[in-house]
Design a protein around this ligand. Structure first.
Ligand code: UTP
Length: 445
């Protein structure tokens, strides 16, 4: 793309100001700006402007929402689901799908969050625990479990480097597929693109819902199809307790012929900041905590439990064909009003102290209402969910490491091994995935 082509394109989308400082740019900056403009999609700009015109959408009426029926598997039912999931994994029909494109701004870590050192003893990164669980299940069931890792443009290279430097954590590189989510431009209140510098448009990742477009664009969906994948286990990078490719969950999904299954856990308090799936007529929708009324948060069932008890920590199983169908559709766009440093029309650097512009994002759970069949499965938060979100306090590295160790102690105890609280403990999931390994690998003395 040359300058006049760029100008024509920008004029056609009402964004000609992007070239306002062209004359001041050196050759390298000009080249980079033209490359950036050539990657812009007129439809994306139109979509963002439309979302902006619609406004930060009035809070939807959630008063008719009904709590979903959530299965708690025990005894024979649990065994049946595990057997169905094991069969699915052994047949090579299961893939793991990780979204790791976030910016991790709350944690304040300068790099991909997956590279963050979380192992309480070895300092192993978050990616280690995810990959080693995939390896463990792959060995146990004698099947390949391809691992699809979504990154952002900004963290793709560092993510791949982390895998390479660590020998792919023991996985076959042929089974690890990196792909990059899209970037969307930020806009001011009037729908004009913002310049990060005189030669660069401000862009930000298009949210974890950017997953669908990225899966399609990158060929990951086609790769899944070629490999005969049927069930796709979706998870987030910041939770090292997640039971990646959990047979019980996959089995429950398959037995229900579900298109979109969600693992849910009981809220710790009525106002916990988690999404809440609700049924509206025949369809389900994820209601964000900000959309819930005080009455809804506090409502009790006859048994004294919270009526809206189960929240979603974003652990899902998708039917691959459902993802394919959804990737061909437009997703809703959400607005986030943020402080965006930029260059103003006069070329001055502006560092706002108040929100001044919009970032645009898509959320993966927006495809929930489109699923023809949905299943909900309860799990115990202490065993499977302890995310690293904040630098300190709740959901921080400190709470996560403590939860990891407590979980490992329970796994060992399940195999008859007691480890004192004072002992610093870390377990490689590829060595001991669960209590069964403790017994089978002869740790029981
Ligand atoms: P969060 O919403 O917790 O965002 O992401 P974050 O970027 O990790 O952290 P903050 O909010 O900036 O502090 C939940 C999951 O979705 C992924 C993240 O990597 C994480 O696994 N994600 C988020 C993406 O893959 N892309 C995005 O654009 C946003």
């Amino acid at each position: 793309m040359n300058c006049s082509q760029a100008k024509k394109f920008l004029d056609s989308c009402g964004q000609s100001h992007v070239l306002a400082f062209w004359k001041e740019l050196g050759p390298a900056e000009r080249k980079a700006l033209l490359a950036q403009i050539s990657r812009l999609d007129a439809r994306d700009i139109a979509t963002c402007r439309k979302a902006l015109a619609a406004g930060a959408a009035s809070v939807p009426d959630t008063s008719k929402g009904v709590a979903p029926r959530v299965a708690v598997l025990k005894g024979a039912k649990l065994k049946e689901a595990v057997a169905a999931g094991e069969k699915e994994i052994a047949a090579g029909r299961v893939a793991a799908l990780l979204v790791a494109g976030g910016q991790g701004s709350r944690l304040g870590y300068n790099g991909p969050k997956g590279c963050y050192s979380i192992g309480p003893v070895t300092g192993a990164p978050l990616f280690f625990f995810h990959a080693r669980k995939i390896l463990a299940r792959s060995i146990r069931y004698g099947a390949r479990i391809p691992f699809y890792v979504m990154t952002s443009e900004a963290n793709r290279a560092a993510t791949e480097e982390c895998f390479r430097d660590n020998g792919y954590f023991g996985l076959d590189p042929e089974d690890v597929f990196f792909f990059t989510q899209g970037m969307w431009p930020g806009m001011d209140r009037n729908g004009s693109l913002l310049l990060e510098s005189k030669g660069k448009i401000f862009m930000s990742p298009d949210g974890h819902g950017g997953l669908l477009a990225a899966l399609k664009r990158s060929g990951a969906l086609a790769d899944m199809k070629k490999r005969g994948i049927k069930s796709v286990f979706f998870f987030q990078v910041d939770n090292p307790l997640v039971e990646v490719a959990d047979p019980a969950f996959i089995g429950y999904h398959v037995m229900n012929r579900s298109e979109y299954s969600l693992k849910l856990c009981a809220k710790r308090d009525p106002y916990e900041k988690v999404g809440m799936p609700m049924r509206f007529g025949e369809k389900y929708r994820m209601v964000e905590y900000t959309e819930m009324t005080k009455d809804q948060c506090e409502r009790k069932s006859a048994n004294g439990e919270l009526y809206f008890l189960y929240g979603s920590p974003a652990i899902h199983v998708f039917d691959r064909a459902f993802l394919e169908r959804e990737a061909a559709r437009e997703m809703p766009v959400h607005l986030a009003f943020k402080k965006i440093a930029h260059i103003d029309a006069k070329g001055r650097a502006v560092k706002p102290s108040e929100p001044n512009g919009y970032k645009f994002e898509k959320f993966i759970f927006d495809i929930l209402p489109n699923a023809k069949r949905v299943a909900f499965l309860a799990f115990d938060q202490k065993d499977e969910f302890s995310p690293v979100k904040n630098a300190e306090g709740n959901d921080s590295p400190a709470t996560c490491r403590a939860d990891m160790q407590a979980r490992w102690r329970r796994i060992l105890a399940g195999g008859g091994v007691t480890v004192e609280e004072s002992v610093a403990l870390e377990i490689d999931p590829a060595m001991i995935l669960d209590s069964r390994d403790v017994v089978e690998r002869g740790l029981l003395v």
